[in-house]
Design a protein. Sequence first.
Length: 517
Amino acid sequence: MNDNELNIKESILVLDFGGQYNQLIARRIRDLGVYAAVYSHKISIEKIKEINPKGIIFTGGPNSVFLEKSPHINKEIYELNIPILGICYGAQLIAYDFGGKVVKSKVGEYGKTYVKINKSSKLLKNVNDMTETFMNHSDHIQKEPNGFEVIANSDTCISCIQNEEKNIYAIQWHPEVKHTIEGEKIFSNFIFDICKCSKNWSMDDFIEKQVLEIKNKCNNKKVILALSGGIDSATVACLISRAIGKNLYCVFVNHGLLRKDEEKEVEKVFNNNKLLDLNFIEVDAKERFLKKLENIIDPEKKRKIIGSEFIKVFEEEAKKIGDIQYLAQGTIYPDIIESGLNGSAIIKSHHNVGGLPKDLMFQKILEPLKFLFKDEVRKVALKLNLPESIVYRQPFPGPGLAIRIMGDVNEEKLNIVKEADYILREELEKAKLPNLSQYFASLSNMKSVGVMGDYRTYDYAVVLRIVHTDDFMTANTVDVPYDILQKIMNRIVNEVKGVNRVFYDLTSKPPGTIEFE
Ligand code: XMP
């Protein structure tokens, strides 16, 4: 990834030591109007010089700095004359590297912890003398290094040290976590007062810069995009269309595995929309996909069949258009971080990255959202006038409803799951419950006996999945009020033909997955 592509002159470099909140640090800084990028702590000094950040942040992490195998940093970084802020593990690393003492605590500090500030400093300017923070550590700094001074303590630990001359700061708590009441103030002090950044990151700027860049790159060249109806590809479509208009070809492969009315939504926004200048090509491939999926039970096989069929359809359309130079994709920043493409450890190979193979007849890839977090994509999408139904759409797997149907896929089952899912979404959206990250209906492959009116039934069971998650790597089931669940159940068994039972899946991830496939 080349940050210069975005012409970012002032950025904060976040070096990842493996903590859970690392992406949050970058988001908080961006929210303050300064671009921040997350890189592995293994980044070379040359690369840091190339990026030329205004400040560097070391993140937290699960290790102990005094163990040999724990992640360390090339100490030349301290000679670059760039302000550094270490958080949690990052703070301990700074103390350790400069000769201070870091030890395992008898009792760790976890969760809400009050910290007393005992000296005025640039980093903690305007922070209350007694401030509520979020801690999450078992090691701590027992003795500050020479040249550093302690500026805050908790009841049991040194909580913050600084070397103002070198512009190096270390805090034990997590300002990126909202439970730290004055976290934003601390980041603001660091990036504006210490690093001397100016506010130069906003979604308006982003749109303008990207449109200009895409125009320069692709003017008079054809670009193709697989439009799925999801927010990422829809936003990419709007952005590129602003830059090159009719040279953009959006191919919407309707594989018939979409949620109820989803294709109508996509058509409404992209087909013959006078405000949007682009070519919209809808391919009705419903029968083709259903045929390929006949009698296929294994979800992995379904995924493979759908993936390869999708590429075939897409390639056929590309051939018809001819002379395409660029393939546009809706890759976003977490996809890149999670796939290890910015040099961080591979967490998982994300579905979107390389969703379409890169050698797919096209020479070049265009990924204008690859610098953005999801909530930033939402801001861009709203500024580009995408409707809220797309902007706030529930996450949806590429293989669609095929994997939310257990066993073989057929038209009857597709209809059932579409209707049940629609009812679930309608009721939950009405109920406006907090903390719902993802919710949908799946169809079990189980039929059982029931009774409706005076008749015996032998019908399917629908499974409801409603989860809260921060990062989609782990998830918990939501404690939905019983009356809401009961209403959903009632409506599904009454309104959806072929269903006589509704189950609520209580399984967390792990051991389950978010999808029920
Ligand atoms: P799991 O089921 O792995 O899902 O816990 C985590 C998140 O990823 C979504 N998901 C997908 N997204 N293509 C996607 O773009 C896929 O093939 C796919 N499979 C799962 C899932 O909906 C959840 O949000």
